[in-house]
Design a protein around this ligand. Structure first.
Ligand code: PLP
Ligand code: SF4
Length: 346
């Protein structure tokens, strides 16, 4: 357990994680329902529900994220994203384990090719945090781990298709990978002359901002490939000074930072919250990009917002924001050649 200091009242562990390495913070994550209840002073009677949900998908929350959750508040929008619930054990019809049909677009293990100009790489099986609504919560990462041999296969695959100009590092979380492995991957991708960009889809800088080290920035800016970041932030309470500081470093190093959110019941399913999110993102230097309609993944039906509700929320959001802070409301529909923008004109 992280030591609790007695000096500050509301966030007792406020300072304890400031000077720790990201590897330490990652390995010291809260991984059990018992620890979560103790650390956040949750009602003890919720333990059996947490244990049931946790059997299907392991709880994982590191200290810098715990630190932004209000202790004792069972409705906290950050807590709801990470806390196992009994609802996860209920099989709901229409909900599947691979909602995006990624298994059928997998020419090389770990490589998903659906859209003409870009491929997505499962760079790591691990994440900084386990989000209960994750559409890859059932993904078989064992089969897709990006070994050295596979990096070569990926390079060969991109080499033979000149339409591909961008590689998206996804996961799991690509930043759960060591700097060394990331460097090897970048070096390999750089060999492909028709590649222009590498995009990093990550929640690490949000959950453990200490992951953005000077060494990492140096590796990325040394590459001839242009690096673009896409963070995953769902609620304004997730944005804190450490994240803002990390983001500033990336921007100063010449890398644009975008954000995608997932529309989640009881977390951010209101125009007010989403407007505050866009404003806070902008203050932190982050450009809103996508608002994803919820994917029907088995075990997460308690987060579902219907498309009709999503469109209504988005229309209300449009009235609150300038166009450049309005995320595109999209859904990934298997078989299509791009994300689908939900019809917001009805
Ligand atoms: C979402 C996604 C992308 C990226 O789509 P953009 O619209 O370029 O952000 C690429 N490949 C796959 C398989 C995806 O799911
Ligand atoms: S960080 Fe992303 S990939 Fe990992 S559990 Fe959360 S939503 Fe899923």
């Amino acid at each position: 357990m992280i030591p609790v200091s007695s000096s500050s009242v509301q966030f007792p562990a406020q300072k304890s994680h400031m000077n720790r390495s990201w590897q330490q913070l990652f390995s010291e994550s809260v991984l059990s329902p018992e620890q979560l209840i103790e650390r956040l002073q949750l009602p003890p009677e919720s333990l059996s529900d947490l244990i049931s949900g946790n059997r299907l998908f392991q709880l994982r929350v590191p200290e810098p994220y715990l630190n932004r959750i209000i202790p004792g508040d069972i409705t906290d929008p950050l807590l709801l994203q990470v806390m196992p619930q009994i609802a996860e054990t209920i099989a709901t019809s229409g909900y599947v384990t691979d909602p995006l049909q990624e298994k059928s677009n997998n020419p090389v293990p770990g490589l998903i090719h659906k859209y003409k100009s870009r491929i997505l790489l499962i760079t790591s099986g691990a994440c900084a945090v386990n989000c209960r609504y994750c559409f890859r919560r059932h993904f078989d990462y064992q089969d897709n781990a990006l070994s050295k041999e596979r990096i070569q296969q990926v390079q060969d695959y991109i080499q033979q298709d000149t339409h591909i100009n961008e590689v998206i590092l996804s996961g799991g979380d690509p930043l759960a990978t060591s700097d060394l492995r990331l460097k090897q991957l970048l070096n390999s991708l750089e060999q492909v002359t028709h590649l222009k960009r590498v995009r990093i889809h990550t929640r690490f800088p949000v959950v453990i901002p200490q992951r953005i080290t000077d060494d990492l920035i140096e590796i990325l800016t040394a590459s001839r490939l242009k690096v673009v970041w896409v963070f995953h932030i769902n609620h304004p309470q997730e944005i804190d000074p450490l994240l803002t500081e990390a983001t500033k470093k990336l921007i100063q190093a010449g890398m644009p930072v975008l954000n995608q959110s997932v529309l989640l019941k009881k977390v951010n399913d209101s125009a007010n919250i989403l407007a505050a999110l866009s404003e806070s993102l902008f203050d932190a230097g982050i450009q809103p990009y996508y608002l994803h309609a919820f994917d029907l993944v088995q075990g997460a039906s308690h987060f579902n917002v219907t498309d009709e509700q999503a469109i209504r929320i988005w229309q209300a959001l449009q009235k609150e924001l300038p166009g450049f802070l309005l995320p595109r409301l999209v859904r990934e529909i298997p078989g299509r050649s791009s994300k689908t923008i939900l019809n917001t004109d009805i």
